[in-house]
Design a binder for this molecule. Sequence first.
Ligand code: CO8
Length: 259
Amino acid sequence: MHQYENLLVQIEQGAMWLTINRPEFRNALNHETLQEMEDAFGWAEASDEVKVIVVKGAGEKSFAAGADIKQLQQKNMLDALIPGMQGLYKKIQQCSKVTIAAVEGYALGGGCELALACDIRVATKRAKFGLPELNLGIIPGAGGTQNLSRIIGKGRALDMILTGKIIDGEEAERIGLVSYLAPDDELDKQVEEVTAQIYKKGPVAIKLAKLVVHKGYDIDLETAMLMEKLSQAVAFGTEDKQEGTSAFLEKRAAEFTNQ
Ligand code: CO8
């Protein structure tokens, strides 16, 4: 893995913690930071060591305040056609590792969309989620228009997008935008509790479950059910399945091998 200017990377017991480190700019996501994230996610995808990727922002004020507006101002129509931020977030959604957004402070625009691209969102009350792009005369263009409505429903998503309202962690939990509300100052601890649960699961089953939930959501039910059945057939052929079922019957913890 490379050394990064705008990201801090720490690998601890199977988790890669990626911290966006531009607190003086509220962790706004400039082009360079996005490129570094792409590199770090690519590395983590290929690493056997990494099971979970946690994304957070440096400092208490902000997870990420969105795309860098200075750079955004220079962009023209054609710039919006390249994969860019949407392409990166799509890769994050398709990543075979479990991804967790640990949110404290502002998660706005592309920062909110980054959290939406992760599998699980953990936040404190101090989190502030919003899609304020319309204030700038643009729309949420990094998956926000689609992912937010899929997570909280079209009515609530339209309200957030059209009014640009910012909601705190408690409200985000109430409407299902966040899965875990951590006590203030215990964000990392809460994330560690979630990762501890994930480590106990069969690694091949994790990959298959993610694939079927993500891909199955946007296709017709019958095909999605078939995808589920075929994925289960793959799971039935794994050593992990033999180990998981044996461990249960022998009343011991499973030792999965990702095979
Ligand atoms: N971009 C660039 N700089 C930023 C950003 C940003 N998104 N957010 C904050 N900063 C900078 C400020 O300019 C300021 O810099 P300086 O000290 O040089 O003046 C510094 O960070 C601190 O900011 P504030 O003084 O404003 O700090 P506050 O704590 O008072 O406020 C806020 C924090 C509420 C986060 C405020 O800074 C804010 O509203 N930021 C902008 C939020 C926003 O509109 N985000 C959406 C951006 S657009 C987007 O994300 C589009 C994604 C899809 C793109 C698809 C492309 C194809």
